[in-house]
Every structure is written in structure tokens, then in C-alpha cells.
Design a binder for this molecule. Structure first.
Ligand code: IMP
Length: 193
């Protein structure tokens, strides 16, 4: 008989994963550090965290648990136009914010900034609503892939140009539940980078 009280960890699919890039322990430690910095920077303010579904879901959940300040939460679902994983720079707002961000301190929480096109389009859209301030917190950044400059105030890890999955990040909607961030074996991602 199985014990349902035991936490379930997704099994790392050894045949699909080339290497673990960041372990869950490394991620946990860095998320706590980011939360301390963000708490310090936003002290005495009433900021709104906006996370981008679905990739940033696990990150924002852990970040919020580490934050001491009373952050409000909202989310958006965006889908970027383009072929394969190459974004074109136009985004479609699939689900918009519930909150009115006029005059608000906004912190956008992303999973990964790659070319920077999606985030640039999203920021242009959010700025139309005149927030008091707008900053970006991304767990991962691939600086070598950047096609437009994006000023990310908070970056968890700068990583090399590899396609990664886990901790919310997917490949074709799979692997989001992995506790680590891992590099997929190349045949799976051939033509994707
Ligand atoms: P950008 O517009 O090129 O910066 O695209 C950013 C989006 O592409 C992210 O929010 C992810 O959804 C996706 N993405 C970019 N690199 C990766 C990766 O290595 N693994 C999973 N998704 C990625």
C-alpha cells in the first residue's frame, strides 16, 4: 500500500534529460535571495506582482512565500506570434489583468528572457496603462540570445544558450513539474534554438 502523505516528486526522465543545470536547492536559495532584495527595494510601498502564465507559475509561488512584504498578485496569459520557439515580437493577450495598474508599482515576474521580444511587447502594453513604476524579475536570462535590450532589475541566473525545462518551463507542455532546471537532449530540441 502506498503512503499518500509522502510528497510526490516527479521522476526525472533520464532518457530525455542531458544534464541538470540548476538543482532545486540552488533555485530555492536564489529565490530566497531575490525575495530579500525585492523586500528591501519595495519597503513601504504597495506593489503588484504580475506573473506571466504559465512558465512563471512555480517561480512566483515560491517567490511569494519568501517575500515578507504584502505583495498583491495578478497574472496575464500571453502568447507570442512566431514560428516554432522563435518569437516575432508581437504578443497576443490571451488573459488580461484584473487589476487597474494606473499609478501602481508593478513588478513583472517572468520565467526566462530569451530574445527579449515578448517582454518588450508586454512592457509596451503595460505602460499604456500608466503604472507609477515597472520593473522585471526573471528567474533565468539568456543574454547571448537577446535581440532587444531589456532592463531586468532582478535576475535569478544568467544561463548559456541551451533549451531548458523544469520548474515551470516546458517543452511542448511537458516537464513543467520537474523540481530542477535541466537541459533537454539535443534530438528533442533540434531546430528549436
Ligand atoms: P523571448 O520573447 O524570446 O524572450 O521568449 C521568452 C519566452 O520563450 C519565455 O517566456 C519562454 O516561454 C520561452 N522560452 C525561451 N527559452 C526557453 C527555454 O530554454 N525553455 C523553455 N521556454 C523557453
Amino acid at each position: 500500500m502506498t503512503d499518500d502523505r509522502q510528497p510526490k516528486a516527479p521522476v526525472m526522465p533520464a532518457d530525455a534529460i542531458e544534464t541538470v543545470m540548476l538543482t532545486s536547492a540552488q533555485i530555492r536559495e536564489r529565490v530566497a535571495e531575490l525575495a530579500r532584495t525585492i523586500d528591501h527595494d519595495y519597503e513601504g510601498r504597495d506593489p503588484l506582482l504580475i506573473f506571466v502564465m504559465k512558465g512563471a507559475l512555480l517561480f512566483v509561488a515560491d517567490l511569494m512565500r519568501e517575500l515578507r512584504g504584502n505583495f498583491r498578485l495578478d497574472f496575464m496569459i500571453v502568447s507570442s506570434y512566431g514560428s516554432g520557439t522563435e518569437t516575432s515580437g508581437s504578443v497576443r493577450i490571451v488573459a488580461d489583468l484584473k487589476s487597474d495598474i494606473h499609478g501602481q508599482d508593478v513588478l513583472v515576474v517572468e520565467d526566462i528572457v530569451d530574445s527579449g521580444l515578448t517582454l518588450t511587447a508586454l512592457l509596451d502594453y503595460l505602460r499604456l496603462h500608466s503604472p507609477a513604476s515597472i520593473e522585471i524579475c526573471t528567474l533565468l536570462s539568456k543574454p547571448s540570445r537577446r535581440r532587444v535590450e531589456v532592463d531586468c532589475r532582478y535576475v535569478g541566473f544568467e544561463i548559456e544558450d541551451r533549451f531548458v525545462v523544469g520548474y515551470g518551463l516546458d517543452f511542448d507542455e511537458r516537464y513543467r513539474g520537474l523540481p530542477d532546471i535541466a537541459v533537454l537532449k539535443t534530438p528533442l530540441t533540434a531546430g528549436m534554438e
